[in-house]
Design a protein around this ligand. Structure first.
Ligand SMILES: [Zn+2]
Ligand SMILES: [Zn+2]
Length: 263
């Protein structure tokens, strides 16, 4: 039996679309038998709940409120709570792990960093970047941008995705040899509103003692079991996909011309 972690989750304190507090999420995952959760609220170019016009230290403090609430409850009832965030650059989203609140206070340049700078900043601190749901199409996403140069791993299963998004992401990650992660992108916890069967995460063989343990696992290609149904990665008739784009060295989109569902 391994250790179960949620890797992708939003609180209502720091994400404008979040519906549960950090503490509510913690109680739900504890009841599900998870060992821990990563809080990945929408950062300042995403659907952040924090007023972007505030001074940087104040913004960072408010951004960490959801995490702090979760951490306090996690310490009380026995669930590990780790800090991370999800940044949105041009509709392509990245989960950044391994940097904490103190690091943010010292690195205000992260707010407007390019994808390349974001990756370099994370690496310089022993962190890593995972592209979240790369094949998702939503109203806030203009096109499918594949940031393979700008991440260390790919989130291949996301409980908020259309199934075909995950089929494509899985094939893409496999072809490129990316470590794979899985998460719920959970905005609302609670047994009345959320089906535990579509609450996904990862399982590790050893207990993560800190976010850096997860980073090391990703960067070393260590074993990460995906906690989602295996059918999630199987092509089903009727699935269709939009054009996808590579992000080139200048971070400009170049059509892939690929049909990820057919190949
Ligand atoms: Zn959201
Ligand atoms: Zn998310």
């Amino acid at each position: 039996m391994g250790y179960r972690y949620e890797t992708h989750l939003h609180t209502c304190q720091a994400s404008a679309c979040g519906r549960s507090t950090g503490a509510e999420h913690v109680r739900y995952y504890k009841a599900l038998g998870y060992d821990g959760i990563f809080i990945t609220d929408h950062f300042f170019r995403g659907n952040c709940a924090v007023d972007r016009s505030l001074p940087w230290p104040e913004k960072v403090r408010l951004f960490c409120d959801g995490y702090r609430d979760a951490k306090a409850e996690g310490d009380r009832i026995g669930l590990q709570v780790f800090f991370a965030w999800e940044e949105s650059i041009d509709g392509d989203d990245y989960l950044v792990y391994g940097c904490d609140e103190d690091w943010l206070l010292r690195h205000p340049e992260i707010e407007h960093a390019t994808r390349r700078e974001q990756l370099e900043l994370a690496h310089a601190n022993g962190g890593c970047v995972v592209q979240a749901h790369p094949f998702r199409m939503r109203d806030y996403i203009k096109r499918i941008l594949l940031g393979w140069r700008y991440c260390d791993a790919v989130e291949v299963a996301n409980a908020g995705n259309r199934p075909q998004d995950d089929v494509c992401a899985y094939r893409y990650a496999k072809e490129f040899g990316f470590p794979m992660t899985c998460g719920s992108d959970n905005h609302r916890s609670g047994f009345e509103t959320r089906d535990p069967a579509v609450t996904w995460g990862i399982e590790t063989e050893t207990r993560l003692t800190c976010p850096q343990d997860y980073v090391k696992l990703i960067l070393s290609g260590g074993p990460i079991k995906l906690l989602c149904p295996s059918e999630r990665f199987q092509f089903q008739p009727g699935m269709t996909i939009e054009e996808s784009y590579w992000l080139d060295e200048k971070e400009q989109p170049v059509a892939t011309g690929r049909d990820w569902l057919k190949e």
